[in-house]
Design a protein around this ligand. Structure first.
Ligand code: GLP
Length: 262
């Protein structure tokens, strides 16, 4: 068995909803213990359709917390999202900032300063990418990082090819990604912005723990490549093999090509 697989923690559930409940179990234990020890590091947040039921389940679970603890969490919350489209403002319902406000921020009364994303409307996107990377660094880096997986192997918007040392930057989206994300743009890939600002692999791999969440048969083959093939810039998620604390969360359909798990 490759060394990486022996350190990989795998949680598998038949269906996405049961999987999200299991991830939420882990995340709320993390949040509670970090609050108790007063050492809550910035959280790394992901967007995408995969993540939507996660945020719903998280909000529900937190609603059952004693109000004093929940208030403390709201006061201490600081998260950094992976990415944002260039050209979209937080007021644009298709932006990731709007997604995060709708999925999480409005339920927890988080201010924009607590829910950090790159500014898609910055006049100089390259400078904004540098600013965002440095803001994350100054905040101490990510503690717990949530990650989805793109159909082409991207994490965040680190499109192929992305080296392990890539940092927060402006990227051009592949047509496959614009097609994959067209749903939020009336189904028209041409409406999906051509560029985005994304944290790089370097910032992602610097997180204390990484949670890769993959559901659905369409991701089964790229997930196999990411975990079982040698690391390569062509499958950016494969660089996760360099991290010593990766948790993989999969439903049955997504691990159909993983012989050791299926
Ligand atoms: C998007 C985001 C990623 C996300 C991935 C999967 O484009 N930039 O952060 O994890 O692609 O998206 P989905 O869950 O919609 O398949």
């Amino acid at each position: 068995m490759p060394e990486f697989l022996s350190t990989l923690s795998v949680q598998r559930r038949p269906q996405p909803l049961a999987l999200m409940e299991a991830i939420v179990d882990h995340v709320v234990v993390h949040l509670a213990s970090a609050l108790d020890q007063e050492c809550l590091k910035p959280l790394g947040m992901a967007t995408g359709r995969t993540m939507e039921p996660f945020y719903g389940a998280l909000i529900q679970r937190l609603a059952a917390w004693p109000s004093s603890r929940l208030e403390r969490l709201k006061r201490c919350w600081l998260s950094f999202n992976l990415d944002e489209y260039v050209g979209l403002s937080p007021g644009d319902s298709r932006s990731f900032a709007a997604y995060m406000h709708a999925q999480l921020g409005c339920h927890l009364d988080l201010s924009p300063g607590q829910l950090q994303l790159p500014d898609g409307t910055a006049k100089d996107p390259a400078e904004e990418a540098r600013r965002y990377g440095s803001a994350l660094h100054q905040a101490g880096g990510i503690g717990l990082q949530l990650l989805g997986l793109g159909g082409n192997g991207h994490v965040g918007f680190n499109e192929p090819p992305s080296p392990a040392g890539s940092r927060c930057r402006v990227v051009t989206l592949q047509q496959a990604t614009r097609i994959q994300n067209a749903g939020a743009f009336g189904g028209n890939p041409d409406e999906v912005p051509e560029q985005a600002i994304t944290l790089g692999l370097e910032e992602i791999l610097a997180a204390d723990e990484i949670h890769l969440i993959v559901t659905g048969a369409a991701k089964a083959e790229i997930l196999r490549q990411a975990l079982l093939e040698p690391c390569s810039a062509e499958v950016p998620a494969s660089w996760l093999q360099h991290h010593s604390c990766v948790h993989l969360w999969v439903d049955d359909a997504a691990c159909a090509h993983l012989p050791l798990l299926s």
